[in-house]
Design a protein around this ligand. Sequence first.
Ligand SMILES: Nc1nc2c(c(=O)[nH]1)N[C@H]1C(S)=C(S)[C@@H](COP(=O)(O)O)O[C@H]1N2
Ligand SMILES: [Mo]
Length: 423
Amino acid sequence: MQRLLYSLRMALQAPSRNPRTAVVVGRLLAAAFLVCFGTGLYSHFIQDPLPGMQFLTRPVWLYQLTQGLHITAGIACFPLIFAKLYAVFPELFQTPPIKGFVNLLERASIALFVAASLMEITIGLLNTFQAYRFFAFPFRQTHFSLSFVIIGSLAIHIAVKLPIITRYWSKPPLGQENDAFDADGQPKPLDEPTPDAARFPLPDIGIGVTSRVFAWIDRAPQPKSPHTSRRGFFATIGVAVAAVVGLTVGQSFRPLDFANVLAPRKAGVGPNALPVNRTASAAKVLDSAMSPNWTLTVVSGNKTRDFSRAQLKTMPQYTVDLPIACVEGWSQQASWKGPRLRDLMDSVNADPGATVRATSLEEGSIYAVTEMGAEFARDELTLVALEVDGKTLDIDHGYPARMIAPARPGVLQTKWLTKIEAI
Ligand SMILES: Nc1nc2c(c(=O)[nH]1)N[C@H]1C(S)=C(S)[C@@H](COP(=O)(O)O)O[C@H]1N2
Ligand SMILES: [Mo]
């Protein structure tokens, strides 16, 4: 067994599989993970704030930016994580497989880290294609919990590997040598004692099969030029990252929309030339939203007022340019028109510090009821929108009225409003 592991490990040696590569790719991956973690926490808490939390309402594209970064960095993790696994793959066949208790913990934390990361980016990617509606588990809670498993095991991994990380962090000037790089700038392999396994006698089951397998593994061809193949390796990673990012980032970054061929949403496609997340028919609001008896009920304490759409139009109307920035990564700018939320709340003498709860005509959906803190509810850009881009709101975009507020995730821009209340 030891002999097999050793042979496999030797056969898998390649110039790009060295500690320096592992450190360089590891740095990029760690940066991408930290961007995802930070922006993910922001997205989580803006949707589920802890008591007393407040959020920035400017710049209006703040959430568009953080969530765009989240999805883009997450997508970049795919090629990076495979590159990293490729670079350290021979380590899987370490001899002996477990060198002691600490080594066992280390390997277990890496196994956990790899499994959790692959799961995390996979369900995240599926989510950008709206697959979460089919998940058998709650996407957001799972994605959130896994992120702590990842960051925790990553911290352990970095702590354990710190000596290697610092050793291979930077190259000495060309022509100089240190204990990690030779004068050519070639990383030296980690100095491990020659495994005893190499001296193990070849096991055999009697008919020469195993020794033939070993001979075959041991003869694996060795690449010629370390420089070229390492350059090729990094070029491949670079092209792969640029491709997956370049072909999707247009979903959150409008100027690159032309190159967005992989991401699910296109700018300008849909009713009112805006993508739709959930249609009126999927939300089963076709009748209630078109009802001539529709009113928006505004409540504070025991004071209640009902506004018809015509009455909402007689209030001072404002036009604001705000993006819809979906948690799934796509976003699109539009010009919204309608009364300010704060004017409506003032009409029932709501406390300016109150949280506002918005209820949709839609029933039985987690998107049907949302809450916003006073910083958003009192903001002059927060509207109960009746029009978009100069036209009556399409029913798929929330007719008769929808919420639109700056720097908020799309999921909180409640469509088909029926009630808003100070709580
Ligand atoms: N009532 C209700 N409002 C909703 C949703 C929903 O499913 N139901 N989806 C939200 C999500 S996830 C997004 S991204 C935006 C999308 O707005 P749009 O469909 O007008 O583009 O609406 C939000 N408002
Ligand atoms: Mo969304």
